[in-house]
Write a protein that binds this ligand. Structure first.
Ligand SMILES: NC(=O)c1ccc[n+]([C@@H]2O[C@H](COP(=O)([O-])OP(=O)(O)OC[C@H]3O[C@@H](n4cnc5c(N)ncnc54)[C@H](O)[C@@H]3O)[C@@H](O)[C@H]2O)c1
Length: 256
């Protein structure tokens, strides 16, 4: 059966785990050749093995989205392997506890925590977009970019000022690039997940599951696949009129 990404080449950052892994696998199922990028090539290779086992074609790329030369290499290696980039999922990200103690209000956050968060969750996305868009303009024919924001890109969340600032920034980057490149046929959207069951949320859920579920009408965490399916569609030509959008997938969090 034909897949909705048949013939396309995709780059997924943060592809070794959680939402990124599920999306890389789903993109491959829909016919894309997928470059799976993550901090280490070894971890990305595990996702590539899943894709290969299902009969898909993928490569693993090790690289840190906070390093300009690594981002340039991610794009260059994808193009070397597949000839072009049609779809990019800029998804690599960290939670607050990766850069400092959990539970800090704005005045308690250190400059280092704030900078560390923005380096990955905002500047990393910018650098990926910069190199991907340059490639898409050079190759011609347009393209589709999906950035991973969050519900935290649309509302405040106490004790997560740095995460919230970065994700609001991702929404802003997305809207602006959508306007700048619409006439080049490059669509730029973001996905805004609610609380999803991945390694990122594991620690938080040990202590705050009940409090969080009180705000989620479906009363469960989302699964990475439930984000992946939407991202695949947003990357496909079926989403041809969608650009500059924040696509919320949150089990009803915002409806409550
Ligand atoms: N899990 C949730 O509830 C949730 C909700 C909203 C948004 N998000 C966002 O979804 C994205 C994916 O998160 P996840 O839940 O799948 O988490 P995860 O921890 O399972 O996966 C994140 C991946 O990003 C990679 N990564 C982190 N920093 C990197 C860097 N500097 N360079 C390259 N790769 C890097 C990690 O190695 C990891 O493989 C993140 O941007 C996160 O902020 C997650």
């Amino acid at each position: 059966m034909a897949g909705i990404l048949d013939g396309k080449a995709a780059l997924v950052t943060g592809g070794a785990s959680g939402i990124g892994r599920a999306t890389a696998v789903a993109m491959s199922r829909e016919g894309a050749r997928v470059a799976v990028a993550d901090r280490t090539e070894a971890s990305a290779t595990e996702t590539v093995a899943l894709i290969n086992a299902a009969g898909g074609q993928a490569i693993a790329i090790g690289g840190d989205v906070t390093k300009d030369e690594d981002v340039a290499a991610m794009v260059a290696r994808t193009v070397a392997a597949f000839g072009r980039i049609d779809c990019a999922f800029n998804n690599a990200g960290i939670a607050g506890r990766a850069v400092g103690p959990a539970g800090q209000r704005t005045h308690e956050l250190s400059r280092a925590s704030f900078d560390g968060m923005l380096a990955v969750n905002l500047t990393g996305v910018f650098m990926c977009m910069k190199h991907e868009i340059q490639q898409m303009l050079t190759q011609g024919g347009g393209g589709a970019i999906v950035n991973t924001a969050s519900i935290a890109g649309l509302v405040g969340l106490p004790t997560s000022a740095h995460y919230v600032a970065a994700k609001h920034g991702v929404v802003g980057l997305t809207k602006t690039a959508a306007m700048e490149y619409a006439e080049d046929g490059i669509r730029v959207n973001c996905v805004n997940p609610g609380y999803i069951e991945t390694p990122m949320t594991e620690e938080t859920m040990k202590t705050r599951f009940d409090a969080i579920m009180a705000k989620v009408p479906v009363k469960r965490l989302g699964k990475p696949d439930e984000i992946a399916e939407a991202v695949v569609w947003m990357c496909s030509d079926k989403a041809s009129f969608m650009t500059g959008a924040s696509h919320v997938i949150d089990g009803g969090y915002f409806a409550a």
